[in-house]
Design a protein around this ligand. Sequence first.
Ligand code: MLT
Length: 400
Amino acid sequence: MVKINENFLTMKKNYLFIDIAKRVKAFSEANPDKPLIRMGIGDVTLPLAPVVVEAIKKGADEMGVRETFKGYEDSGTGYDFLKQAVADYYGSFGVSLSLSEIRINDGAKADCGNITDIFGDDNTILVTDPAYPVYVDSNVMCGRRIIYADSNEENGFAAMPDESVHADIIYLCSPNNPTGSVYTKAQLEEWVSYAIKNEAVIIFDSAYEAFISDPALPRSIYCAEGAKKCAIEMCSLSKTAGFTGTRCGYTVIPEELTVKASDGSEVSLAALWGRRQGSKFNGVSYPIQCGAAAVFTPEGQKQTRQAIDYYRRNAKVMTDTLTELGIKFTGGINSPYVWLKCPQGMDSWEFFDFLLEKIQVVGTPGEGFGKNGAGWFRLTAFGTYENTVEAMNRLKKLFS
Ligand code: MLT
């Protein structure tokens, strides 16, 4: 008789954003005359930059011509032209990478989950709480032991390591989803030193790095001394360049990142991941990689920066409104997420229902990201400017 992976039975019935989508759909069906403003899932609203669209079209045209048609990409790790563009981009914030350390992915989410394949199930996983649900979910699916480091109001939602606790794999995300907090270089160095001491590996999600405006803040874990010895980094063009529906990003596994196997031999994590991907992944399509490379050209950077500035302006409208209303918040400056304390002592699902009912604004209840999210709420700046202004006006009317 077939056996299922019983770990799935211990999980919440739905993925957080699917759960929210279902509730929102039910509300819309019951209230067709009340149009919603969606500030829940972190999905972008601006179209791809023109330079990206042109590059995708050109790539597609090449696929239609015998001389330039491409089947499998030999290495399965991405075309060198894109890996070179990524390496040059890292160079711009002082991180040197070789092409063999970069692997093109279809967005950070899949790799954040799939990386579990190369680690044993007897590892202790450390996740900062609150966190993007994928880190916890993908380890619960393997039945692994998960421990948490608290990110809360007291520490500015920037959990730091507890030297008395041992972990083998550590998930960090900065700028943080959902809280918008950003680790300083010194804080990342503390995590790196903890990881090295514990012979642990850090999985670093840098999907929101493009929103960092303060040049003193690190855009990559590799800005921290020693990180190449212990960290894997995953990034995505979803939020940087509007690729949520296009799917492309990159995973960095340094050459010097090795761990000991049970027989004492040193094993390269890049080699293990390469082996895993060789069997389970055939790469990102050529036209999409062409579009991704265009993001890193001077014109691509200019055009994608304009979109980021647009979302930043939305975030400013949101943070100004919350300041005016005296509602406590974090994020919104080096991040597209604004993380606010639910007013009037409401819990986060109560506040979700309250906003939906009263002003038809959809956000994400903090509790969906972990226990420390209780009483907190996430709004995204990825909407249109007009909707953001309208949502904030409704919020002002509701609370002033
Ligand atoms: C988010 O809103 O946190 C993410 O973008 C949604 C997701 O990727 O699951």
